[in-house]
Design a binder for this molecule. Structure first.
Ligand code: PEP
Length: 252
């Protein structure tokens, strides 16, 4: 039986004051939630702050990106052991914004996954298709390509200590959410792809949906059999909205 997981992706938003207030409000609302794991993925420089603010809370901490290198002459990079040292448990890898805007290839995303796990972080590995790809019936081919690049360099068993997030790019930040049926179809495809390699890993793997999840649509999405929670962007910046989504995870 898989538990549910809701992770907020704050992206490039916030400052010390707004983040402190947001975390305080989330902490207060989390007390009544015991069946869902909840995490927030902060901008890198605020990781120590959020770590301090979550000391007495069940709220988990994640980062939004990690280097595919561990150490050396890589100006501007932040390594997985650095994130771990400052209290991160999770890291988002392969978000479509990183893939599209910062040129991260399937291979680089796969390397990042390995680096994260080596440091004891749980990767939240994002996959998803563009609207053009969906309209050309390429959704499964794209997801398969993204996951195959990962499976080429990890053991399928390593997926147990990771989370996969299906994020159709056309639904991210657009207000256009995939229907529960559309999302479920892709989640089932991902689970079947993994089951073909190892049934028990597939049954344990948490697969999140991301793309314009809100308090008003989360419950229906999370009620689908292969949707184990969500990766939340815009709605994670508002404590009430985010907590409504977390409560939907708690019931699913
Ligand atoms: C995201 O950035 O991962 C995301 C799902 O964003 P939004 O919820 O704003 O669509």
């Amino acid at each position: 039986m898989r538990t549910s997981f809701v992770a907020g992706n704050w992206k490039l938003n916030g400052n010390q004051a707004s983040i402190s207030a947001l975390v305080a409000n989330i902490n207060a609302g989390l007390e009544s939630l015991n069946q869902t794991t909840v995490a927030v993925c902060a901008p890198c420089v605020y990781v120590p702050l959020v770590h301090t603010l979550t000391q007495n809370s069940t709220l988990k901490l994640g980062a939004q990106n990690v280097s595919n290198y561990e150490t050396g002459a890589y100006t501007g990079e932040v390594s997985a052991p650095m994130l771990k040292e400052f209290g991160c448990e999770y890291v988002i890898i392969g978000h479509s914004e990183r893939r599209a805007l910062f040129g991260e290839s399937d291979e680089i995303c796969a390397q990042k996954f390995v680096r994260a796990q080596q440091a004891g972080l749980t990767p939240i590995f994002c996959v998803g298709e563009t609207l053009t790809e969906r309209e050309a019936n390429q959704t499964e081919a794209v997801i398969s390509r993204q996951l195959q690049a990962l499976l080429a360099i990890i053991d399928v068993q390593d997926l147990v200590n990771s989370v996969v997030a299906y994020e159709p790019i056309w639904a991210i930040g657009t207000g256009k959410t995939a229907t529960p049926e559309q999302a479920q179809a892709v989640h089932a495809y991902i689970r079947q792809m993994i089951a073909n390699l190892n049934k028990s890993v597939a049954e344990k793997l948490q697969i999140l949906y991301g793309g314009s999840v809100k308090g008003s649509n989360a419950a229906k999405l999370f009620a689908m059999p292969d949707i184990d929670g969500g990766l939340i962007g815009g709605a994670a910046l508002n404590a009430d909205e985010f907590l409504t989504i977390c409560r939907a995870g708690n019931k699913a």
